[in-house]
Design a protein around this ligand. Structure first.
Ligand code: DAT
Ligand code: MG
Length: 139
C-alpha cells in the first residue's frame, strides 16, 4: 500500500481566522493531493468518536466544546507517507513551542483560557486515518 490517505481537519479556529486556504496550500505544495473536502458543523457524537482516545481526560469536554464552536473543514488527503508527512507539516500539539515553519508554529499561540487552539488535526497512524476518515466521510 504505497499511497496512503490521511484525515486533516481545519479546526474552528483555523476556519474562523481564514486559514483554510493556507492549510490547503501547504498540503498541495508539499505534493499531496486533496481528494475530498467538506465543511461541517460537527455533532457532539462525531467529535466524541473522533477523540475517543481522550475520553475521561481533563481537557476532553473543553476540546469537544471548542471543536463544536464553529464550522470545520474535513479534508481527505492522499500521498505516499502523507500521514507522517502531514503531522510534520502541522507541528507538535502545543502551539507555543511548535517549530516555526509548521502550521501550528506559524499560526498558533497559547490563550489565557487554557484552551489549546492549534488550527489543524492530522491522523497519527494508518489505523487512525481509516477510523477517522470513516467518521468524517461516512456517506
Ligand atoms: P494532536 O492533535 O497533536 O494529535 P492529541 O491527540 O494529544 O494531539 O490531542 C488532541 C487535541 O486535544 C490537541 O490537538 C489539543 C487538545 N489537547 C491535547 N492535550 C491537551 C492538554 N493537555 N490540554 C488541553 N488540550 C489538549
Ligand atoms: Mg492526536
Amino acid at each position: 500500500s504505497a499511497i496512503e490517505e490521511t484525515l486533516v481537519l481545519v479546526k474552528p479556529d483555523g476556519v474562523q481566522r481564514n486559514l483554510t486556504g493556507e492549510v490547503l496550500a501547504r498540503i498541495e505544495r508539499k505534493g499531496y493531493s486533496i481528494v475530498d473536502l467538506r465543511m461541517v458543523q460537527a455533532k457532539r457524537d462525531q467529535l466524541a468518536a473522533h477523540y475517543a482516545e481522550h475520553e475521561g481526560k481533563p481537557f476532553f469536554e473543553s476540546l469537544i466544546e471548542f471543536m463544536s464552536s464553529g464550522p470545520i473543514v474535513a479534508v481527505r488527503v492522499a500521498g505516499t507517507r502523507c500521514i507522517e508527512g502531514f503531522r510534520s507539516l502541522a507541528g507538535t500539539t502545543e502551539p507555543t513551542t511548535a517549530a516555526p515553519g509548521t502550521i501550528r508554529g506559524d499560526f498558533g499561540r497559547a490563550w489565557e483560557d487554557g484552551m489549546v487552539r492549534n488550527i489543524v488535526h492530522g491522523s497519527d497512524s494508518p489505523e487512525s486515518a481509516q477510523r477517522e476518515l470513516a467518521i468524517w466521510f461516512a456517506d
